[in-house]
Design a protein around this ligand. Structure first.
Ligand SMILES: CC(C)(COP(=O)(O)OP(=O)(O)OC[C@H]1O[C@@H](n2cnc3c(N)ncnc32)[C@H](O)[C@@H]1OP(=O)(O)O)[C@@H](O)C(=O)NCCC(=O)NCCS
Length: 166
């Protein structure tokens, strides 16, 4: 297993990430949120158009995670105006989980945050996404707040806001 994390620079890579996101989001949120909400969220947040807009207009960076040169996960980050980096996305295909790859992904994010002088990394996670919450807690994130966010289409996201102090 040789994991490589690198910044996404080209449109074809974004297309591959969109296809992977479609698979992972349906697998991990299908039961939790229902098919309709997952379809809506994938289109709104992880389609090529949505990610292009996030990168070009909202300051997001996407990172690809490859194992032996095969795309198997991705990360989305955005520096805030204050001392925080927003960890917007952290996704790994299910057959690649349980091997410590998320720790490598999180360490990469912490390093990126330090490089640009940030002091904290924060994220939002669905309150029922217990595995991800366990991983974040084990890494040193703590629950800082909760948020119910209206994402349109009659859907809401019911999240914890978790924070890691660098
Ligand atoms: C969240 C996700 C990226 C984590 O990846 P993973 O491969 O399952 O996690 P890892 O095996 O790399 O574990 C990371 C660390 O947490 C620890 N860990 C894993 N499960 C744990 C648990 N239940 N309790 C405590 N620690 C745990 C691991 O031991 C590892 O620590 P180590 O590297 O020091 O040994 C992955 O499960 C995923 O993509 N899930 C679906 C998408 C998702 O929910 N993303 C988050 C959205 S907010």
């Amino acid at each position: 297993m040789s994991v490589e994390i690198k910044k996404v620079k080209y449109y074809p890579e974004l297309r591959e990430i969109a296809a992977l996101a479609d698979i992972i989001w349906h697998e991990c949120y299908g039961e939790l949120l229902g098919q309709g909400q997952v379809d809506y969220m994938v289109e709104k947040f992880q389609s090529v158009d949505a990610m292009t807009e996030q990168i070009e207009k909202q300051g997001y960076t996407y990172l690809s995670v490859c194992d032996d040169e095969e795309l198997c996960g991705y990360i989305g980050i955005k520096p805030e105006a204050d001392d925080r980096l927003f960890l917007s996305k952290l996704y790994l295909r299910n057959d690649k989980r349980g091997r410590g790859t998320a720790s490598a992904m999180l360490n990469y994010v912490f390093e990126e945050a330090r490089k640009i002088g940030k002091k904290r990394v924060y994220l939002t996670v669905n309150k029922h996404n217990s595995h991800a919450i366990d991983v974040y807690k084990k890494t040193g994130f703590v629950v800082a707040d909760t948020a119910v966010t209206d994402i349109g289409g009659g859907y809401v996201m019911d999240d914890y806001i978790m924070e890691y102090v660098l």
